[in-house]
Design a protein around this ligand. Structure first.
Ligand code: PBE
Length: 297
């Protein structure tokens, strides 16, 4: 009798787990309203990121806030992990997405149309340095001024890191495979005799890639670079107050726009280092009937 009872209990527990998993892991159902299926939640990243501020604006502009939609703060790593798991089970999900990023290489994702243009159209990534760098470290200044690469370049470094390579090694490998491009950045520049230089960045995958490549190139110019990850606002402040020499992580005009506005008079903008980046809300392509932010309602 006891044995039978415990067997029964085990069976019940098993069924309970199964059924609770069942409701949690339901695949995307195009016939049901999307909000209900994902708890009216957009999966976001770190709080200060421009894409988070833009998404808050989008919630208002499209009146999604009135329909109980919310933006969940987390981190890039948590967001991409949640995204990967959802895609594995073909579950519905809406994320804050951007390119270049390996999520668009690894998964079939689409940006949602943004008819109210809250996220702006194409963005460029700028290099920002501290005032006085030109006089103090002319070689670094000249290289940073020349530094520019493509979405494909950046994606290939990001993908290598995502596949388990250390950012430093991935950057070194990319440099050794692209000698011509690197030469256009460094040709004729005087070596620096072990001068220290400090770059700051935010640990978004895109900026991990660019900052490590720039740091490795600085080493070939005989600099001793240090790179330090921080949150977005301190990153801008570090360059504005001369605590850091520069950064390559300014997404403009929209995504980093509010920080640019606050700090532009205290920094020097060296212009675009990558053209045609993009920011918005993204969903897996199997969510066929969701194509615009308007469709979330
Ligand atoms: N991002 C990646 C950043 C800029 C680079 C889109 C997550 C943001 O501020 O949103």
């Amino acid at each position: 009798m006891r044995k039978k009872l415990s067997l029964f209990a085990t069976l019940c527990a098993f069924l309970l787990i199964l059924s609770s998993c069942g409701t949690k892991l339901a695949a995307y159902d195009p016939k049901e309203p999307l909000g209900k299926q994902i708890n009216y939640t957009i999966t976001g990243i770190d709080a200060g990121a421009g894409i988070m501020l833009s998404t808050q604006k989008a919630l208002k502009a499209y009146k999604l806030d009135k329909a109980n939609w919310q933006l969940q703060t987390s981190s890039t790593a948590a967001m991409t992990s949640t995204l990967g798991k959802a895609i594995k089970d073909k579950r519905p999900i809406v994320v804050t997405g951007w390119t270049p990023h390996w999520m668009f290489t690894k998964y079939n994702l689409k940006f949602l149309k943004d008819p109210k243009n809250v996220y702006g159209s194409a963005e460029n990534i700028h290099t920002i340095v501290r005032k006085g760098l030109k006089e103090d470290k002319p070689s670094a200044y000249e290289f940073l001024n020349r530094f520019n690469w493509t979405k494909n370049d950046m994606s290939s470094v990001m993908l290598a890191v995502n596949n388990g390579e250390s950012p430093e090694k991935a950057a070194k490998k990319w440099i050794s495979k692209n000698p011509d491009k690197v030469a256009t950045w460094t040709k004729g520049i005087k070596k620096a005799n072990g001068d220290k230089i400090k770059l700051t960045y935010v640990a978004w995958d895109s900026e991990i890639a660019s900052t490590n490549v720039v740091s490795e190139v600085l080493k070939t110019l005989d600099y001793k670079p240090t790179i330090q990850a921080m949150e977005i606002q301190p990153m801008w402040a570090s360059v504005a107050t001369n605590a850091a020499d520069g950064m390559v992580a300014a997404w403009l005009p929209n995504t980093s726009g509010i920080y640019y506005k606050d700090y532009k008079k205290d920094v020097e903008d060296l212009g675009v280092n990558l053209k045609g980046a993009k920011v918005g809300l993204a969903v897996p392509t199997y969510m066929k009937n969701i194509n615009s932010i308007e469709d979330l309602k």
